[in-house]
Design a protein around this ligand. Structure first.
Ligand code: HEM
Length: 220
């Protein structure tokens, strides 16, 4: 069993690793969202809906806000930060949960209005993802307000895992294309690999988290 000092170092190193590895994607997502404000012509952008002010705002804002989430959510778990800067943890936690909920709702609105590029199965996979993001963020706030911090932590960890789902989705594609040159993946996202991917970027990771939380509860 690691000492609490060693545990803090492992957790800190893990969080730094996560932030640094996902940073190129977060910067790209931030830029992709900012295009709505800075690009003079979005007619060629496949996420742009001509005349759709609200849906455009939702889908482009979700990209940039998602990038912020990937940098700031891990900081909520930074060892010692919550104890030393409790007010920061509380206020940024509230804000991050609200932002996560807004991102989830924006993604769901886009699926409802436009549908995803991959059709029904991708709509379903991303739809469940959006619902889980909203649910986890809502529960994390609720249990913090009830001062049930053990359950709050569990929901907050789910938010952390889901936040990185978006990055894991691209990471899976990168690794898959590197080793197989895109076997079972099509431009319409309806190959076997694409279909599995619709759920594989978050469900297995949530399952691992649930198993870990159960093991932790048993050994506590
Ligand atoms: C948490 C961080 C998130 C980040 C950084 C992020 C970022 C992005 C980016 C950059 C794109 C454009 C992808 C491309 O150009 O190919 C995108 C698309 C999309 N995102 Fe997110 N996203 C996040 C969370 C979510 C959530 C929670 C949902 C909930 C449903 C969602 C739903 C969608 C949908 C439906 C699309 C369009 C899919 C398509 O038709 O290609 N995203 N996201």
């Amino acid at each position: 069993m690691p000492t609490s000092r060693a545990r803090q170092i492992y957790v800190g190193a893990g969080l730094v690793f996560l932030i640094l590895h996902s940073l190129p994607f977060a910067i790209w997502a931030m830029d992709s969202g900012a295009l709505l404000l800075i690009s003079p012509d979005l007619s060629e952008n496949r996420f742009y809906t001509p005349g759709g002010t609200i849906i455009n705002l939702a889908i482009f804002a979700h990209m940039s806000l998602g990038a912020l989430l990937m940098v700031f959510v891990p900081l909520q778990f930074w060892p010692g930060l919550r104890a030393r800067f409790a007010a920061y943890h509380r206020w940024s936690g509230r804000l991050l949960c609200l932002v996560a909920g807004a991102i989830g709702l924006a993604g769901l609105a886009y699926i409802f209005v436009r549908g995803t590029i991959g059709g029904l199965w991708m709509d379903l996979g991303f739809g469940v993802y959006g619902v889980l993001v909203c649910l986890s963020a809502g529960q994390a706030i609720c249990y913090a307000r009830r001062r049930d911090f053990a359950v709050h932590r569990r929901w907050a960890l789910r938010v952390l895992v889901l936040t990185f789902g978006s990055w894991l989705y691209r990471l899976h594609y990168g690794i898959w294309y590197f080793f197989t040159e895109g076997l079972a993946s099509t431009p319409d996202f309806d190959g076997t690999f694409d279909l599995v991917q619709n759920f594989a970027f978050y469900l297995p990771y949530l399952l691992v988290l649930e198993l870990w939380l159960r093991r932790e509860a048993r050994t506590a």
